[in-house]
Design a binder for this molecule. Structure first.
Ligand code: ADP
Length: 375
């Protein structure tokens, strides 16, 4: 197929820092992206992810640290010579040029021979389903088609690394999903290294082979979507990833040496005087009978139902509790609960988490006092 002729390049950041006066946009950051890998940088607005991408592209220079691409230190290498192509959120196409003209523009500027330009443009257009649109102008395209032209413009340059800066945020919901799938498919087909920035954690988990979660200029965790979701390194990652978000309640050590909060009394790991219990909405199971109709007494706590969101394939049950917290449970479509019901709720403790006062997750799962140690 010949579209990608160059081997994919790895990217490595070593102790990279970027300051703007007092503002530290990126601090002491180490990250290794393997050749051919698709890594998504994700975090809330202002966490430094665009800055990081610009540092890799060479659009800005780090205050400290080193950027390596393809085994070569590139701190002093111009953006155009770094073997990277960037796709921006605002994918300004030239309105007076056709699709073919826009796709080939970067190559023309570089003095690439005409037949080579034509070949690469045709290949990129075919890969992106734009072959029938080559003679149109951007004003005659849908938003999704324009986004694909922007992608194609990066593709024809045959880069060792693709950088995407929130390329989907201007698209409507459906197109967003489709373009996301197209990028994933493109990655599978081309095998090019891709670094993708988004603030949307759902997009990050669905697209990334690995996800790098950032907050306030720091890398919080790098891992597969599954690792980041199931074994979040800290409370920030646990809260940022997952929708609805993880349920939390603060706990404190009592005189009996237990961690207590709301209805819970847990074994306290050594040295932990305060902690936060975190339970994912899907790790709560609900049953009716919270008002004495419960012959076994099973369940970890009881709460009143505040509101039920019926989403078709699942229900989100908003609870008045435990304690002063307001938790959300995810339940199947057949559970019958209504606002005002009291329900008993069991927690999947082995999948739940304890976070220490510094936010770091404890290795051991939380364990209620009235239970034997899990096998
Ligand atoms: P994100 O992409 O995660 O939204 P950015 O990387 O754009 O975040 O910004 C990170 C931080 O650096 C923010 O606090 C932002 O205000 C600051 N920042 C970014 N660019 C500049 C700049 N050119 N001058 C001053 N501060 C900047």
């Amino acid at each position: 197929m010949g579209l990608v002729t160059r081997a994919p390049q790895g990217v490595e950041l070593r102790g990279v820092e970027k300051r703007y006066g007092e503002v530290v946009a990126v601090r002491a950051l180490d990250l290794e992206v393997r050749p051919g890998e698709l890594v998504v940088l994700v975090g809330p607005s202002g966490c430094g992810k665009s800055t990081l991408l610009r540092l890799i592209a060479g659009l800005i220079a780090p205050t400290a640290g080193e950027v390596w691409i393809g085994g070569r230190r590139v701190d002093d290498v111009e953006p155009g010579a770094r073997d990277v192509s960037m796709v921006f959120q605002s994918y300004a196409l030239y309105p007076h040029m056709t699709v073919a003209g826009n796709l080939g523009f970067g190559l023309r500027v570089r003095g690439t021979p005409r037949d080579e330009i034509e070949r690469r443009v045709a290949e990129a257009a075919a890969a992106l389903g734009l072959s029938d649109l080559l003679s149109r102008r951007p004003g005659q395209l849908s938003g999704g088609q324009r986004q694909r032209v922007a992608l194609g413009r990066a593709m024809v340059r045959d880069p060792g690394v693709f950088l995407f800066d929130e390329p989907l945020s201007n698209l409507d919901a459906e197109l967003r999903l489709r373009t996301r799938d197209e990028i994933a498919a493109l990655h599978r087909r081309l095998g090019t290294t891709m670094i993708f920035v988004t603030h949307d954690q759902v997009e990050a988990l669905s697209l990334g082979e690995r996800v790098a979660v950032m907050d306030r200029g720091r890398l919080q965790q790098v891992g597969t979507p599954d690792e980041v979701y199931r074994r979040p390194r800290n409370l920030f990652v646990a809260g940022f990833v997952g929708s609805p978000p993880i349920n939390c309640i603060p706990l404190a050590r009592d005189e009996g040496g237990r961690l207590v909060g709301g209805p819970f009394a847990l074994h306290a790991p050594a040295g932990l005087d305060r902690a936060t219990l975190g339970v994912r909405p899907e790790d709560l199971s609900l049953a009716g009978g919270g008002d004495g109709g419960d012959p076994t007494g099973a369940g970890d706590f009881r709460a009143a139902v505040l509101r039920v969101e019926a989403l078709g394939s699942e229900q989100r049950v908003h609870l008045d509790g435990p304690g002063d917290a307001a938790w959300v449970a995810r339940a199947g479509p057949s559970l019958r609960v209504a606002p005002g019901d009291r329900v008993r709720i069991s927690i999947a403790w082995e999948r739940s988490h304890l976070f220490g006062p510094d936010g770091r997750r404890e290795e051991m799962a939380p364990r209620p006092m009235n239970r034997p140690a899990s096998p």
